[in-house]
Design a protein around this ligand. Structure first.
Ligand code: IPM
Ligand code: MG
Length: 372
């Protein structure tokens, strides 16, 4: 298969982790005989410094001409909490998601048996966690009207959802649930918000077309508690943009490190793959960032193009890095391995699987399950 991949490393540790994904995708090319081309483009604080715009037109063009986008991270301390900034890096990512029509952000949270002790939560609680968050990505309070009044003493963010916006992601969530544990949990704040009440009405109606899937709903405050108390009660979590942002970071505590969780953002025409973590500016260029979230995002890219064996091979190599303890320090404090070394190890261990690797098999050698 030929694939054109736009690479937007972005800010902080983004470029260094994405570089490891490219190594892995190159290794997939060699092993499986594909042809991937990579085109780098600038976004975020780096793009503001060069052009004044966090998403220059040339970057958007490159993304629109590509089959997929591999994204690193965005955000820089000089903009954080600076109310005087006229433009900031995150606007680049938000516009990119909107321009590409990426309405569904899929964030799996799976606990690797080899890393079960990593979580600050008890092993008993997190063991076997396997849930996926379907976060609406191009609507809600992120994109509603934003108003600061003339006196600058009052500000408004508007949250709007339409039936159509809710329905398209709800269908994806139900379809995913059909191939999993057949349960969807809608997370909202329907005891307070009109938008949540609309979500309830639309999602409960759609549920009638998926009789094999059980639908439950939880208020966000309770969902946050339940996710920590007993993550195993969840299968597919369906939620809006803001609640999904918060819950997915919380999910990373269950998995043991935010450096482990990948994501896929999909729409009708485009797809983008990015770790859920931020730009971690303190670690930039220190060769300490965990590349696994980015590498697993590349595995999700392969899966998106139905290159399932290739995706499994990347996951198997990641599992091997865990079993050999070739991990960064966020996973094992005493580790002396850096971003590059871990990336090289994983890329070097991507090989055709002999059929004994089954990502759903509880008894595989390298680990017992995968994140995707
Ligand atoms: C994420 C991030 C972004 C978001 C930020 C960087 C705008 O937190 O992808 O989860 O809030 O969507
Ligand atoms: Mg976030």
């Amino acid at each position: 298969m030929q694939l054109k991949i736009a690479v937007l490393g972005g800010d902080g540790i983004g470029p260094e982790v994405v570089a490891q994904s490219i190594k892995c995708l190159r290794s997939v090319e060699d092993t499986f005989g594909h042809k991937f081309t990579f085109t780098q483009a600038t976004v975020g604080a780096g793009a503001i410094a060069k052009t004044g715009d966090p998403l220059p037109a040339s970057t958007l063009d490159i993304c629109k001409q590509a089959d997929a986008v591999l994204f690193g991270a965005i955000g820089a301390p000089e903009y954080d909490g600076n109310p005087k900034a006229k433009v900031w890096p995150e606007q680049g990512l938000l516009r990119l998601r909107k321009e590409l029509g990426l309405f569904a952000n899929i964030r799996p949270v799976k606990v690797f048996p080899a890393l079960v002790k990593q979580s600050p939560l008890s092993k008993k609680v997190v063991k076997n966690t396997d849930l996926v968050i379907y976060r609406e990505l191009s609507g809600g309070i992120y994109y509603g009207d934003k108003i600061v009044d003339d006196t600058k003493t009052s500000a408004t963010d508007t949250c709007t959802y339409t039936e159509a916006e809710i329905s398209r992601i709800a269908h994806l969530a139900f379809k995913a649930a059909k191939g999993r544990k057949r349960k969807v949990t809608l997370v909202d704040k329907a005891n307070v918000l009109e938008t949540s009440r609309l979500w309830r009405r639309v999602v409960y109606t759609i549920a009638e077309s998926y009789p094999e899937v059980t639908l439950e709903s939880l208020f966000i405050d309770n969902a946050a508690v339940q996710m920590i108390l007993d993550p195993n009660q969840f299968d597919v979590i369906l939620t809006d943009n803001m609640f999904g942002d918060i819950l997915s970071d919380q999910g990373s505590v269950i998995a043991g490190s935010i450096g482990l969780l990948p994501s896929a953002s999909v729409g009708t025409d485009f797809a983008m793959f990015e770790p859920i973590h931020g730009s971690y500016p303190e670690a930039k260029d220190k060769n300490i960032a965990n590349p696994v979230a980015s590498i697993l995002s590349a595995a999700m890219l392969l899966q998106h193009f139905k290159l399932n064996e290739e995706s499994d091979a990347v996951v198997a190599a990641v599992l091997k890095s865990f079993s050999k303890k070739i991990v960064t320090a966020d996973i094992m404090g005493s580790s002396k391995y850096g971003t590059d070394y871990v990336g090289d190890f994983i890329a070097d261990n991507i090989m055709e699987l002999d059929g004994s690797f089954n990502i759903n098999d509880e008894n595989i050698d390298l680990g017992k399950s995968t994140i995707i």
